[in-house]
Design a protein around this ligand. Sequence first.
Ligand SMILES: [Zn+2]
Length: 422
Amino acid sequence: MDRLILININQLVTCKGKAPKKGAAMNDAGIFSNGCVVIESGRIVAAGSVPEVFSKFKDSDCEILDCSRNAVIPGFVDSHTHFIFAGSRPDEFAMRMAGSTYMDIMDAGGGIVSTVSKTRLAGLEELTTQGMKRADSMITFGVTTVEGKSGYGLDRDSEIKQLKAMKDVNERHFIDVVPTFLGAHTVPGEFTGRSNDYLEYLLKEVLPVVKKNNLAEFVDIFCEKGVFEIEQSEYYLGEARKMGFGLKLHADEIVSLGGAELAARLGAVSADHLLKVSNEGIRAMAEMGVISTLLPTTAFCLKEEYADARGIIDSGGAVALATDFNPGSSFTNSIPLVMALAAIEMNMSVEEIIIALTINGACAVNRQNEIGSIEAGKKADILILECPSINYLPYNTGINLVQKVIKDGKVVYDKYEKHEYR
Ligand SMILES: [Zn+2]
């Protein structure tokens, strides 16, 4: 029997559940002291306290992993990233810090356009290699599942190349990748002034190929004033839903446009960013169970106000947190930074933060039956921290406290010994 038992867990944080935790339930992280987790063939078969669990499963040849009185939590789900791209934009960051506006940066040849031209030129293998390196870094921060978006190709072949790179990373790396099609990230130069034509092109020429080859699970759109308006987004996402895709939106980031209300009307899985979300939007999303995916590192890097996490949670909504890792506005996949900002700037409790990065993140990528919590039947994606309780996570500000990462039942990362992510 291939059985591994984790014992001597000072604080076992299970985040148990298979649905988004909303409102006050985000403070219920399912915590056991003196915890024990039993894993067989990559799956969790039992989790609870030692007296309840250990004697039932201990046998002569099971392997025991002593967690040294540390805390154990589910693997993190980074549910919003753009991690497949070519090139980088450090000069743009410097310009921004020196006071340049978005338009100044665009005029200097920066912004998304520069990433699009480099990504179009890059080969598939180059994108995959970059993606693998980034996934190596994600694993060290305890991310065991990552959502990745296309959206730097903006033509059929380049968008598909990005999605194929994600598929390759998913197959070659221990990390699990959930692919999202974001062809509607911006309007490419070839379609300037013709955003409706571009959306039609995506619907007729690109999405059928994506669907046929099963290259994306979700379709996302950058719903913002002057990019894709509410009516356009509603039409496009409605058509994508008919084709069988789950829906996501970049919504209400810059202007309060009604993106959250649209997400609720469409029954989207999540609406993301939400810096300028209206109170009606918050209420509508809470009612429909649409997850609010908040991206504090983006607000931090752009020196924006943070999203109103408290307002969303206190209105009964479900929050997920993610890094938004991308080459422009948030060139970081640092989970410790996300946690620090969520605690200090967004007034989230540590339990809410862990729920937002685990089970609610899993729900935001429709993997709630497989991952996001430590409970019987789910994949054994588990983190052993270097501290006795999760209270250390925001307190030891910005520090990576992940000591061991267990992916599909195997230790794939140990800070002091083993680095085997692939
Ligand atoms: Zn994004």
